[in-house]
Design a protein around this ligand. Structure first.
Ligand SMILES: Nc1ncnc2c1ncn2[C@@H]1O[C@H](COP(=O)(O)OP(=O)(O)O)[C@@H](O)[C@H]1O
Ligand SMILES: [Mg+2]
Length: 316
């Protein structure tokens, strides 16, 4: 294991990943090269590898740990263990808060525009009839809707359902899906399907050390009643995009709320926005744990990420 070193040799940095992500994480090679160019010694390490001496690194950066959704408790415990022996970014309080999408309720109550979301939490007596009653009471009859797990990444276990007025059986199918999520020990979430995503896509804004770096457009991912994702994440259509002033303001508000809620600074952040039918931008996700940065969409993004990481690794 590398020993802790600063100064002439540059900091040692662990990029936390998982075995399935290593071959498909497109940011990693760009980030490793940009870190090397700044004199840092950076290496990928699997977060589940028991042999890694995390305390030997100046900084551990959580990156493509995309397999945590089925083992969130273990992942949060890992973040606390690492945070106790070295710097972790983002820090354990952020990981704890951000790996469960109940944080959307916190953002909403802090005045950040968010996609309207209803949660159904697991209980010992959860059954299909109860789940169907929740869906029927929550989904607008004339609007398509999405059911997904509160702990999730890469659009896994995420389904789009038709408006109940158009297909009344969608309530039963959504209830069945919600029960499957509850049985996996996670809460289920229901949101209106914001169909502006079909044309405008989703906008992701990426920040390093609190400063806006770049933004991208992500094409729509869900088709009505289409199957779930087989692999680690759904294939995505990503292109560069200039954010609007409104999007920058909403994203900055989300970051401020996250800092207040967690008492932590954010080395990196990605705010994913959709557009409501009214034209208002709303937060779909605040990604503070393991977002792809899509560094290839901006020639200077890897350099900005690496500079922020090196600063964090060498700060007092
Ligand atoms: N309410 C929604 N309206 C429209 N599209 C949605 C909605 N919720 C999810 N999606 C689609 O599903 C994808 C994955 O959902 P998301 O909430 O980003 O979860 P995660 O990325 O954590 O799996 C989004 O990128 C988007 O294409
Ligand atoms: Mg997402």
């Amino acid at each position: 294991m590398p020993s802790t070193s600063t100064g002439a040799l540059g900091p040692t940095i662990a990029i936390a990943t998982c075995p399935e992500a290593r071959p498909v994480d497109e940011d990693a090679p760009l980030l490793l090269a940009a870190l090397a160019a700044r004199g840092a010694t950076a290496s990928e390490q699997d977060w589940t590898d028991r042999d890694v001496q995390w305390g030997g690194f100046d900084l551990v950066v959580v990156r493509s740990t995309w397999d945590y959704a089925s083992r969130r408790d273990e992942f949060v415990a890992w973040s606390r263990r690492v945070g106790a022996v070295t710097r972790l970014a983002n820090p354990a309080p952020v990981i704890t808060w951000n790996t469960d999408k109940h944080y959307l309720l916190d953002l909403a109550s802090d005045g950040v525009p968010t996609v309207p979301t209803s949660f159904l939490d697991p209980t010992p007596d959860a059954d299909r009839a109860g789940a169907a009653a929740w869906v029927a009471a929550t989904a607008a009859p004339d609007t398509g809707f999405v059911v997904k797990p509160a702990v999730s990444a890469g659009a896994r276990d995420t389904f789009r359902h038709a408006a109940p007025d158009i297909d009344p059986s969608s309530i039963d199918r959504a209830a069945e899906h919600a029960i499957a999520i509850l049985r996996s020990g996670r809460s289920a979430m229901l949101q209106p399907y914001l169909d502006t995503v079909d044309d405008e896509g989703e906008t992701g804004l990426v920040f390093f050390a609190g400063r806006f770096s770049h933004a991208f457009r992500k094409g729509a991912l869900l088709r009505v009643d289409a199957g779930t994702v087989d692999g680690l994440f759904a294939p995505e259509d990503i292109t560069p995009r200039e954010p609007t002033d409104e999007q920058l303001v909403v994203a900055a508000g989300a970051l401020d709320a996250a800092r207040r809620r967690t008492g932590s600074e954010l080395l990196y952040a990605r705010v994913d926005l959709l557009v409501e039918p009214t034209g208002r931008s709303v937060v779909l996700e605040l990604e503070l744990t393991e977002p792809s940065f899509f560094l290839h969409t901006d020639a200077d993004a890897a350099g900005r990420a690496a500079a922020a990481i090196v600063t964090a690794a060498t700060s007092a």
